[in-house]
Design a protein around this ligand. Structure first.
Ligand SMILES: [Zn+2]
Length: 308
């Protein structure tokens, strides 16, 4: 059988809908009913009600019913009820996110009460697996997702699991964002590892060569080409001072996401910030290579730093 849309029933009047709403309320012996209750027992669709009255509140008011729940009625609404409802609206709009205004138009609950229950609209959207409205306005890049995976990895001190993302709320992006972009959490991690292992240096203009595989290619100034790589008296470098994200992660991972000096880790103390430091200072000719880099916490690094 072919799937077809229902014919729009042009003959449906406001009165027919209102009397059906009243009838449902009467049969349940209440003076307030929610749109979801109405959908369970009533004859007409939410779309039809919106078409005729704009909002559910307005329909209730015209039907002579109470427009809002009392606070005790509200307490009976579970978090899951709210979440299911915003997911329904997102699906209806074909969107990753739902703004206040769209929810006001299409949702079954009051946004103010959602705000109270979930502390913020963005929190609520995240709990529902949707995108925060601020982020949804533009496409999140893969690099941003990689940065976030890196941040979480460092924070936990280990490979993050999908449970960390879903249940423990450590990611600022929802699991669905990673799934949509990469096809699954595992695939996101694989893409991240490929990214970290790729030997493309970053677009930083002063990155001249990739020294890791011992292949020293010529540099713009030929004098540097013949300079000894290490123990240079003058700080002549074959690498950029800048530690790119990939190298940074390789150092952190090698050092087990702990400070090499005091052992502090963000996994044990979220206030710990890890930095990647040149063992032989860059100013003294130290290169930006894995062997000359170490993980230090910001405290130990400040104590050590002889620059600035
Ligand atoms: Zn330390």
């Amino acid at each position: 059988m072919k799937f077809e849309l229902n014919e729009y029933k042009a003959s449906l009047t406001d009165e027919e809908i209102l009397s059906d709403i009243k009838q449902v309320a009467d049969s349940l012996n209440v003076d307030y009913i929610s749109i979801s209750t109405y959908k369970k027992y009533g004859k007409y669709s939410q779309t039809a009600i919106q078409g005729h009255f704009g909002t559910w509140k307005r329909a209730l008011s015209l039907a002579g019913l109470r427009k809002e729940r009392t606070s005790s009625e509200r307490k009976l609404i579970s978090d899951d009820d709210y979440i299911a409802d915003v997911q329904r609206v997102a699906a209806m709009l074909g969107s990753d996110t739902v703004g206040y205004d769209d929810y006001k138009k299409n949702g079954s609950f009051s946004v103010e009460h959602i705000f109270k229950r979930f502390s913020s609209w963005e929190e609520f959207l995240l709990k529902a697996g949707l995108e925060p409205t601020g982020l949804a306005k533009r496409k999140i890049t893969k690099e941003e997702l990689f940065e976030e995976i890196e941040r979480i990895w460092i924070l936990l001190g280990r490979q993050p699991t999908s449970t960390d993302i879903i249940k423990h709320g450590v990611s600022k992006y929802s699991i669905d964002t990673y799934k949509r972009r990469f096809g699954g959490w595992r695939k996101a991690l694989e893409a991240f590892v490929d990214y970290i292992n790729s030997d493309n240096t970053e677009e930083s203009p002063d990155v001249l060569v990739t020294p890791m595989n011992g292949e020293n290619e010529s540099v713009s100034e030929s004098s540097i080409e013949s300079a000894p790589k290490r123990q240079a008296q003058k700080p002549i470098h074959s690498t950029s001072r800048n530690i790119n994200a990939r190298l940074r992660f390789q150092v952190l991972k090698r050092d087990h996401f702990k400070c090499c000096a005091c052992g502090a880790s963000p996994a044990k103390n979220p206030n710990v910030e890890l930095e990647v430091d040149h063992i032989v200072a860059w100013a003294n000719g130290g290169e930006t290579i894995l062997d000359n880099l170490q993980t230090l916490c910001s405290k130990c690094n400040n104590g050590k730093s002889n620059v600035l």
